[in-house]
Design a protein around this ligand. Structure first.
Ligand code: FAD
Length: 415
């Protein structure tokens, strides 16, 4: 039998950051995953530490966009129709929370997390060589119609003023070409955010944090988190090498987290937004010099160690639905028209699942009526950004310290 103060379930960016933070504070931790670390959503995301994302990702409520999505004509969002009945409780609440007034009100709690992301990464990376994977290049949001740009501009300026975010609006191709010299004249305007940090390989970043966790004496064990049971004063997970026991347990199972909370009596309306990536060889003499979001089509193009990565928007589908990378096929020709891209590096696209809550807030805190059972999941589009921030909150709670920010908006019992 292995014993530790804390069992952390799930070795994605949230679990690894949490295990590292605990171990750094001298709290013995066993990190548990059924796979090797970092093979979930944290493996292949766009790799943007989104310091600018003070507004979480809302559902568009514009009727034309909704009709296009339901008709399967949107490249940004796709619905797997057989999964819809089960996802309806999520979708209805997500729609409700996405009204402009409610969405803008969410910026206050969300920004209280987001504004800590850079400093939390700085801390997490101390004593590692992970900084070599990061560049402070910012991100560019591109718009194909003046109308879409005007609406986005109003919102961006409002948030910039509220939260002191530096940004510049670039109008016309020549202005955009100052940042991306090889872009075709497809965008009428773009907004450049300066504070976002680009990670050249999100999986390599996670592995560097994991290595540090191990170096500090942390243990990693391969096991199924769904075997978790409450035993006496603590919690036990079964593994091939015997039971794993902890006084505390942290659920950082990403898209699978709600399966475990349900087993402990808490049903959560989690929605799953799948996303895909594929890499292209860079074209000599036409490098992609910045990370770029095509807002109308919901994809991102970003320079990565493996090539130019195209990541897709959201596909709403259940956990058991086989991958269907239609959005890669739809967006590749659009992206090729926008910027020179070489041959595909892989034949099969990668898929990851964003775990999303209908109020767009992550779930961070203690389970109702379950002492020392902590939730750390549901970070949706910004899980890479918020991994180390979440780790700091959970570690403070386990140590019994007063929280550094108001945690009610993230409480597991709020639904
Ligand atoms: C295409 C795409 C682009 C994205 N771009 C960005 C971005 O630029 N910036 C950003 O901040 N976020 C981005 N995200 C979101 C981000 O990737 C996720 O929010 C984040 O990775 C979630 O991390 P996690 O640790 O919660 O989950 P995961 O990384 O999915 O980790 C969960 C872990 O739990 C394990 N697990 C599950 N069930 C069990 C079980 N029964 N037993 C044991 N282990 C189990 C899994 O094996 C996995 O390792 C993107 C996501 C996608 C899909």
């Amino acid at each position: 039998m292995k014993k530790a103060e804390v069992l952390v379930l799930g070795a994605g960016i949230v679990g690894v950051s949490t295990a590292l933070e605990l171990q750094k504070r001298g709290i013995g931790t066993i990190l548990i995953d059924r796979n090797t670390p970092g093979l979930g959503a944290s493996f292949g995301n766009s790799g943007v530490i989104q310091r600018e994302a003070v507004l979480p990702y809302a559902m568009p409520r514009n009727i034309i966009t909704l009709l296009k999505t339901f008709a399967g004509q949107s490249t940004a969002a796709r619905l797997h129709l057989p999964s819809m009945p089960a996802m309806l409780p999520f979708l209805i609440r997500y729609w409700w929370h996405s009204s402009k007034t409610r969405h803008h009100a969410l910026a206050t709690p969300y920004a209280s997390l987001i504004e800590r992301c850079i400093i939390s990464y700085e801390r997490a990376m101390e004593g590692t060589d992970a900084r070599e994977l990061l560049s402070p290049d910012g991100i560019l949001s591109g718009f194909r119609s003046q109308r879409a740009f005007n609406a986005a501009r109003r919102e961006a300026d409002l948030m910039a003023e509220r939260f002191n975010l530096p940004l510049t609006h670039l109008e016309g191709t020549e202005a955009i070409r100052q940042v991306l010299p090889h872009i075709a004249p497809e965008f009428c305007a773009a907004t450049q955010y300066y504070q976002s940090v680009i990670v050249s390989d999100p999986h390599a970043l996670l592995m560097k944090l994991f290595k540090k966790f191990k170096k500090l004496g942390g243990q990693f064990v391969s096991a199924d988190a769904m075997t978790l049971v409450q035993t006496g004063e603590g919690y036990t997970v079964s593994s091939d090498s015997g039971p794993l026991q902890g006084t505390h347990v942290v659920n950082a199972l990403g898209a699978h987290a709600a399966l475990l909370t349900a087993k402990f009596g808490l049903k959560l309306p989690m929605g799953l937004k799948r996303g895909y990536h594929i890499h292209f060889e860079p074209v000599p003499d036409a490098p992609l010099t910045a990370t770029l979001a095509d807002e109308a089509n919901g994809y991102v193009l970003t320079p990565k160690a493996a090539g130019i990565r195209l990541t897709t928007g959201a596909e709403f589908a259940s956990l058991t639905t086989p991958p269907s990378p239609i959005q890669i096929e739809q967006t590749e020709p659009i992206a090729r028209k926008l910027h020179p891209l070489g041959r595909r590096v892989e034949t099969t696209p990668w898929m990851g699942i964003r775990p999303c809550m209908p109020d767009m807030m992550p779930v961070i805190g203690e389970m109702p009526r379950q002492k020392n059972h902590w939730c750390a999941f549901g970070h949706g589009h910004q899980g890479l950004t918020l991994g180390p921030v979440t780790a700091d909150i959970i570690a403070d709670a386990i140590e019994g310290k007063s929280p550094k920010l108001a945690l009610e908006p993230f409480a597991p019992g709020r639904f």
